[in-house]
Write a protein that binds this ligand. Structure first.
Ligand SMILES: [Zn+2]
Length: 327
């Protein structure tokens, strides 16, 4: 074999980030903080994770083959409570019913012979924003994502916050903000999610006494963009719901600031398409209604809207052998 042929067979390595969402799984190849290629597959979260891993593995292989990279390691972001040391999924997630029993490390080792790093999806997104997005240069950082659910994560003095049972900082969507609120899907009362998230919105709208008099009754699909649009057109119910949601998100962010004392809060999620509505409202509420000084905390929109989780996981693959050894 000619030396040039040998040289050609030495492939460059890339981290593989897998971000498991509720409806879609994003997969990306990352090298030096850049997405080299990515793909999407359906989550099909009603089936067992063990069955999904084969299709995820095939999608990863296709990316590696077409892009000509060798895998350096797998970084998997999971929407639930995980033990990043033991690489175990801990939460009894209603989706992927077998998730707690799946040996992810053995899967990565057997399929590619590489290590696997596991984190909660909001923590992965926080790391992505910290290293490559709106959190750069800031070692005391809180992330909140406003979307189908409300995800949160905290980084304190450059260390990801995990806690004794690995849920510290990550269940901010289930902080209670309304003593008189509805029971949330977690069983708790008046959570941020049950007061103001996309999954709860349709119930909130349709259970309102003035629903039938509202323009929202004529909408086929209810989401926050639709509510904000009708609020701009002075629909009474849309204005009430917009106000309630802005207040709920502000209370959530204030609670996170009081708990974790960050320099900066990065706000992400689909609802931040309306960041010009959300950020000024939260800022005003913080300066008007709390002891937190206006200049103490920056509030900024997320910058890595699509790939924060994948970039964050590949950063963890790059720097960590044991996830908690450094962070
Ligand atoms: Zn809850």
């Amino acid at each position: 074999m000619l030396s040039s042929e040998i040289f050609n067979e030495i492939l460059m390595t890339a981290g593989i980030g897998i971000d498991m969402g509720g409806t879609r799984i994003k997969i990306g190849l990352v090298r030096e903080g850049k997405i080299m290629a990515s793909t999407l597959i359906q989550a099909s979260a009603h089936v067992n994770l063990d069955e999904r891993l084969n299709e995820i593995g095939n999608a990863v292989d296709e990316l590696l083959t077409t892009q000509k990279y060798d895998p350096k390691g797998i970084g998997l972001a999971f929407p639930g409570i995980v033990d990043p040391n033991g690489r175990k999924i801990l939460s009894k997630y209603v989706k992927y019913p077998d998730a707690q029993r799946v040996d992810l490390m053995a899967w990565a080792e057997k399929r590619w012979g590489v290590p696997l790093v596991l984190e909660n999806d909001a923590r992965a997104a926080l790391v992505g924003e910290w290293q490559y997005g709106a959190g750069q240069g800031c070692d005391n950082l809180v992330l909140i994502t406003l979307g189908t659910g409300v995800g949160t994560a905290a980084l304190i003095q450059g260390k990801l916050l995990h806690g004794k049972h690995y849920f510290a900082g990550s269940l901010g969507g289930h902080m209670s903000i309304n003593l008189h609120g509805e029971i949330c899907n977690c069983g708790h009362l008046g959570c941020v999610e049950s007061e103001a998230s996309t999954w709860a919105l349709e119930r909130i709208v349709k259970h309102s006494s003035d629903y039938h008099a509202s323009a929202l009754a004529k909408e086929a699909e209810i989401n926050f963009n639709v509510v904000f649009k009708h609020a701009r057109e002075k629909d009474q119910l849309a204005m009430t719901i917009q106000q309630h949601a802005l207040k709920a998100w502000s209370l959530a962010i204030i609670n996170l600031i009081l708990a974790y004392d960050p320099d900066r809060v990065v706000i992400g999620g689909g609802i931040m398409k309306s960041k010009d509505l959300v950020i000024p409202y939260v800022k005003e509420m913080i300066s008007r209604d709390t002891w937190i000084n206006d200049h103490t905390v920056d509030l900024v929109a997320a910058e890595q809207v699509e790939y924060a989780g994948i970039l964050g996981m590949c950063y963890l693959v790059d720097v960590l052998k044991e996830p908690l050894a450094i962070l």
